[in-house]
Design a protein around this ligand. Structure first.
Ligand code: COA
Length: 185
């Protein structure tokens, strides 16, 4: 049975707040899914029309409805700058470090104009600290394409340790791991 993830609806830390999506996030969410640079190692940009019609059908709130799924917004302006997810990696996908194959996996995206300012690091640290305060100690995964240097640099800075590489989606993926309670403050 799946272990829980973060239960908080909102986590605020320094320059960022992790919160659930609302209507004002629409253009930011569309940009994240359609920007070819942001999507370089995430399967490429999605067609704008498909993203818009999905949001119209499902509702903006649905984008972060799952536990552990957040929009990253700027503290103060509340403007969406990215997304962050801490969710169970499905057992049927490759890239695990336990026999249960049910570990929490951290993933993140930032709008292109927000790169290079430490904002993803700040958001990830806030999520991991909150998770460390709420959940039992356990391994946390980051899986990212080996070619995705920025993502690898971020996971290194956060303290994740490279474990192995494997193939998925026709690309080499890098698996890194950290103990959740190493983020306890
Ligand atoms: C992966 C991604 C979130 C990393 O964003 P990022 O801004 O590079 O990451 P960080 O928040 O750690 O910021 C680090 C950079 O900010 C700089 N920085 C500036 N002020 C800083 C501060 N106060 N604190 C920390 N770093 C700071 C660092 O020096 C570093 O600069 P560099 O890019 O010149 O090396 C971003 O590249 C992205 O959205 N990529 C596309 C989506 C994707 O592939 N996601 C991975 C899926 S798991």
């Amino acid at each position: 049975m799946s272990m829980p993830t973060l239960s908080a609806q909102e986590i605020s830390s320094g320059r960022v707040v992790l919160r659930k999506a609302h209507d004002a996030d629409r253009s930011g969410i569309i940009e994240l899914f359609t920007d070819p640079v942001v999507r370089t190692y995430l399967g490429g940009p999605r067609p704008r029309r498909d993203v818009e019609s999905h949001l119209d059908t499902s509702g903006i709130e649905n984008a972060t409805a799952k536990p552990g799924s957040y929009v990253i917004a700027r503290n103060g302006t509340d403007r969406l700058i990215g997304t962050l997810m801490l969710a169970r990696r499905p057992a049927d996908r490759p890239g695990h470090v336990t026999d249960d194959r049910d570990e929490l996996e951290l993933s993140y995206t930032l709008r292109r104009e927000e790169w290079g300012a430490g904002l993803a690091f700040e958001a990830a640290m806030a999520a991991l600290r909150a998770a460390a305060a709420e959940l039992p100690d356990q391994p946390i995964l980051v899986v990212t394409q080996t070619a995705n240097q920025r993502s690898l640099a971020l996971s290194d800075r956060l303290g994740f340790r490279h474990v192995c590489v494997f193939e998925e989606f026709g690309a080499q993926q890098s698996l890194s791991v950290a103990r959740l309670h190493s983020f306890a403050s």
